[in-house]
Design a protein around this ligand. Structure first.
Ligand SMILES: NC(=O)c1ccc[n+]([C@@H]2O[C@H](COP(=O)([O-])OP(=O)(O)OC[C@H]3O[C@@H](n4cnc5c(N)ncnc54)[C@H](O)[C@@H]3O)[C@@H](O)[C@H]2O)c1
Length: 345
């Protein structure tokens, strides 16, 4: 299959690119290379004859048309997005432009290409979204594919809007789409402004480890390579027009996740042990959703997907990866906003 992957220089997109190439797919990586991108994430496949890179912005329709015409993909996996909730609080405009208008451009470029090609049956537009579109849960319950949308941050609202556009393009124009909504990812190549790498790198340097609010917010954690595996399964086998929730059934309170990482750091780098003494509770994020939990029953029963690692194993691998890849993360600490407290509103 020839896959056009948008956002392939980011965290999850690069995991998709690496896995797809390793499985023999041709991959065109379309990325604008924003602050969150890093072509080092795909260095392991960039010399492959199966891999091509296009620097293009999804806000630029003409650039997208040119990429479709040049590469003639069999399927699109659309991951390009502004992805950091805290940044969406400080500057929501970029989230509307990229996540909403950019997705609209992708849909229109894909539709024009698909129509001109005679509406090939096998074509797919796979939209990658988040569980955050469903809002915040109480102590009980899980998100299913039929949970009503209730986004509460500029980021999740912009992703919800993009999901609605994708469904509308299917219903109205017949574009063969599939959608996925995934829980929090973690793993190698995670940009060092997100919780897991922040904790590892601050523990490593003996700095205070900020935890928002009381640390009681619950997330459902999924190892990024398991997510990439699920995404390739959906683009190949998912039913047209259907959406699939992807989660690891690994619910954890932020504070417990942070303590688990601290324990790994105690084991591997005991210099500042016990690292949990570095934990500092800081002012909460405004509108901070309390709990997310995914019911992944549909993708498990219909497509047979299972995550391959437990959260303990995934976190162990992740901590070890950061400890042995300083050359990857060190330069990223200089990028705009990294290490600052963002999104206090
Ligand atoms: N990280 C998570 O836990 C998570 C969970 C569920 C869903 N998602 C979704 O998965 C996707 C990827 O998330 P991520 O964490 O890898 O994000 P990321 O921020 O690491 O990467 C995003 C990539 O998109 C590119 N990009 C941004 N704006 C662009 C534009 N206008 N044109 C072209 N490229 C652009 C960036 O350069 C970057 O390479 C997003 O759509 C996100 O909403 C993420």
């Amino acid at each position: 299959m020839k896959l056009l992957v948008t956002g392939g220089a980011g965290f999850i997109g690069s995991a998709v690119v690496r896995l797809a190439v390793s499985r023999g797919h041709e991959v065109v990586n379309l990325d604008a290379l924003t602050y969150a991108a890093n072509l080092e994430n795909v260095a392991s496949v960039s010399d492959s004859p199966l891999y091509a890179f296009e620097q293009a912005d999804i806000r630029d329709r003409a650039a997208l048309d040119a990429v479709f015409a040049r590469h003639k993909p069999d399927a699109v996996m659309h991951l390009a997005a502004e992805s950091h909730v805290d940044r969406s609080i400080d500057g929501p405009g970029a989230f509307i432009e990229t996540n909403v208008n950019g997705t609209y451009n992708m849909l229109e470029a894909a539709r024009a290409y698909w129509v001109a090609a005679g509406k090939p049956e096998g074509f797919r537009f796979h939209h990658i979204s988040t569980d955050e579109v469903f809002g915040s849960l109480g102590e009980e319950g899980q998100f299913t594919e039929t949970t009503p949308y209730d986004p509460r941050s500029p980021y999740s609202a912009s992703k919800a809007a993009s999901d609605h556009l994708v469904r509308a393009w299917h219903e109205t124009y017949g574009l063969p789409v599939v959608l996925t909504n995934c829980s929090n990812n973690y793993g190698p190549f995670h940009f060092p402004e997100k919780l897991v790498p922040v904790v590892i790198l601050r523990a490593l340097s003996g700095q205070s480890i900020p935890v928002y609010g009381d640390g009681g917010n619950v997330r459902d954690w999924l190892y990024v390579e398991d997510h990439a595996d699920a995404l390739l399964l959906v683009v190949e086998k998912g039913e047209i027009g259907r959406s699939y929730n992807i989660g690891g059934k690994n619910e954890a309170k932020n504070i417990d996740l942070v303590r688990t990482i601290c324990a790994e750091m105690d084991r591997l780098r005991p210099d500042h042990a016990p690292h949990d003494q570095l934990i500092t509770f800081v002012t909460d994020r405004p509108g901070h959703d309390r709990r997310y939990a995914i019911d992944p029953d549909r993708i498990r029963t219909e497509l047979g997907w299972r995550p391959s690692v437990t959260v303990e194993e995934g976190l162990r691998r992740t901590v070890e990866w950061y400890l042995s890849h300083e050359d990857w993360w060190r330069p990223l600490l200089e990028r705009q906003g990294v290490g600052e407290r963002l999104g206090k509103a």
